[in-house]
Design a protein around this ligand. Structure first.
Ligand code: FPP
Length: 229
């Protein structure tokens, strides 16, 4: 990996927690717990190498369909993670943001999210964006409805963009999905229009900063033409 041409925005679909746990003879929830520690390592690493935005798919609009106990576990894990992470964000100058409709979360979790956003608002090295109750189609529909409420009848790419949850975040340069699945699963469909895509067999709990560096090296070798020649 070279220090020039580091992607500005990396988005990751963190997949394979459950399969990793099963292969270790553990409960699925142990996979999510290990996954949370990988979130910390990868975030710190991205800050160190000069990535400016890291967007992580932590809970999709479809994840509510999982067994109730697993959903509850993920909610508790998220709250625990955010509370313990505040000091780490501040120490590493990481700003915390979210995309997705968090109004469906408990009041307590919403409060924790708001608090971490507020306390890290001044941080400048890296913005870590968690996609929470996020689905791309849901985001686009919410954006259109907000625009209509404001009296917009004829959207342009720029005006629609300004109503998306990602309005202040640049398009995705590099999209990574772990665990061998090759699909986008309703993630950042608009924002990935020209992103370079990377699919690795590694389960998320085993994903490392070294592997990320290798993928960034591949990214740096690709020629991006954005529809030109
Ligand atoms: C996919 O694995 C992962 C998720 C649905 C949630 C992602 C959550 C984490 C990485 C941990 C918590 C995150 C934070 C920020 C604290 P899967 O369960 O779909 O795995 P499988 O496909 O092998 O079953």
């Amino acid at each position: 990996m070279i220090k020039q041409n580091i992607p500005t925005h990396i988005a990751i679909i963190m997949d394979g927690n459950g399969r990793w746990a099963k292969e270790q003879g553990l409960k699925r929830t142990a996979g999510h717990e290990k996954g949370a520690s990988v979130v910390r390592d990868i975030t710190t690493h991205c800050g160190n190498i000069g990535v400016k935005y890291l967007t992580l798919y932590a809970f999709s609009t479809e994840n509510w369909n999982r067994p109730k106990l697993e959903v509850e576990f993920l909610m508790r894990l998220l709250e625990k993670y955010l509370k313990s992470e505040l000091d780490v964000y501040l120490k590493n100058d990481v700003r915390f943001e979210t995309i997705g409709d968090i109004s469906k979360f408990s009041k307590s979790l919403q409060k924790t999210i708001a608090n971490v956003k507020e306390k890290t608002a001044h941080c400048k090295s890296l913005t870590q964006v968690l996609a929470l109750n996020y689905g791309s189609r849901d985001e686009i529909i919410r954006a259109i409805n907000k625009g209509i409420k404001d009296g917009i009848t004829n959207f342009t790419e720029d005006s629609l963009n300004s109503y998306l949850d990602t309005s202040s975040i640049p398009d995705v340069d590099m999209l990574i999905r772990t665990s061998g699945e090759i699909r986008l699963s309703n993630y950042l469909l608009w924002q990935c229009a020209y992103s370079e895509m990377f699919f690795t067999q590694t389960y998320w709990p085993e994903f490392t900063p070294n592997e990320l560096d290798d993928l960034i090296s591949d990214f740096q070798k690709r020629e991006r033409r954005f529809g030109g020649i």
